[in-house]
Design a protein around this ligand. Structure first.
Ligand code: ADP
Ligand code: MG
Length: 341
């Protein structure tokens, strides 16, 4: 299965208090796909905490002891894209049949369904079909089902059927273990004080923890240089600084359009269609708040409008945030994506 990444296994997944429930539920599901009450199994938690790793490990484990099972790993984003493509190409039946034929489906980052009502409808049907046939469904998400915004109620209620297990930030001991495992895998040893320094200072996200380790290891290999604590400190500084980059208006536009499934050209056009106006106004609001672009330039960017249009758009968005919970969740969701980039 090309969608499964062989590098993510249970073997190299470090267990800690932070992930114990999710890991053992995952292992149970991998041993008996569709045969436990953990269906769906929903793994949720913040960015870089190991959700994808664990979800992939389940798929790899199933394939290891049941090679005949059809296992598919797909990110929610890719699924949404495939759906749009299949609409365009008139292959919607093939699309649905493909997914309904699976024994195990792993769908990563289902919070990305937010706002995509049509894709949610299709997934709702696929979900029901698989669940009724005793097939295993594994989902990951950045929030617990009860806190997911922009998803249809009937889909959310399905997501709550099985087990939801959260992944927390690993404690120091687990972070040390993850770093040691990484060193061992690469066949390189760093001084204990360096490992401890990294584990102590990068404490919110396993991906960043690993990233820091990878750059230290690369430095050690390429320069055949001993990494002492001072060198590690200076490199780590760079690593942390690099993660703050500026947000562009182009990027805001792209993100908002993807989020609401509307074409970029429409947002810049004169159309007054409700969903387009909404995407345009939110883009303007975000551009005002997250870039240094002037109101005049923002107006010009969105199809040659003047600055009073931008002011009006921002006012409208602020009013809606105050009065419309669903709308507020959309904006927060997009803002979070912006900050993650
Ligand atoms: P998420 O999907 O939650 O954003 P990932 O699964 O992509 O996070 O994990 C980020 C990185 O951290 C991956 O390289 C993964 O292998 C590693 N990682 C996360 N948790 C663990 C763990 N418990 N043991 C080993 N590696 C981990
Ligand atoms: Mg992930």
């Amino acid at each position: 299965d090309p969608q499964l990444n062989q590098n993510y296994t249970f073997d190299n997944f470090i267990e800690g208090d932070c992930n114990r429930l999710a890991r053992s539920a995952g292992f149970a599901v991998a041993s008996k796909p569709g045969g436990t009450s953990f269906n769906p199994l929903m793994i949720y938690g913040g960015v870089g905490l190991g959700k994808t790793h664990l979800a992939q490990a389940i798929g790899n484990e199933v394939k290891r002891h049941m090679p005949d099972k059809l296992v598919i790993y797909v990110s929610c984003e890719k699924f949404c894209q495939q759906f749009v493509d299949s609409l365009k190409n008139n292959t919607i039946n093939d699309f649905v049949n493909f997914y309904q034929a699976m024994d195990v489906i792993i769908m990563d980052d289902v919070h990305n369904f937010a706002g995509k009502d049509k894709t949610q409808d299709i997934f709702f049907h696929i979900f029901n079909h698989l669940h009724q046939s005793g097939k295993q469904i594994i989902l990951t998400s950045d929030k617990a089902p009860k806190d997911l915004a922009g998803l249809e109620e009937r889909l959310l209620s399905r997501f709550k059927w099985g087990l939801s297990a959260d992944m927390q930030v690993p404690d120091l001991e687990t972070r040390m273990a993850i770093l040691k495992k990484k060193m061992y895998a690469d066949g390189i040893e760093l001084p204990y004080e360096v490992v401890e320094y990294v584990a102590n200072n990068i404490d919110n996200n396993v991906r960043e923890l690993e990233g820091a380790m990878v750059s230290l290891l690369a430095q050690a290999t390429l320069n055949k240089k001993e990494i002492d604590l001072n060198l590690a400190k200076s490199m780590l500084k760079n690593f942390i600084k690099n993660s703050h980059k500026e947000i562009s208006i182009d990027y805001i536009q792209k993100l908002v359009c993807e989020y609401f499934e509307v074409p970029v050209e429409m947002v810049k056009s004169k159309t007054r269609k409700r969903e387009i106006v909404q995407a345009r106004q939110i883009s303007m609001y975000l551009a005002k708040n997250h870039t240094k672009t002037s109101l005049k330039s923002i107006g010009a960017y969105f199809g040659g409008r003047d600055h009073s249009t931008v002011i009006y758009a921002c006012q409208t968005v602020e009013d809606l945030i105050d009065t419309d919970k669903k709308f507020k969740a959309y904006v927060q969701d997009i803002q979070k994506k912006l900050k993650m980039s």
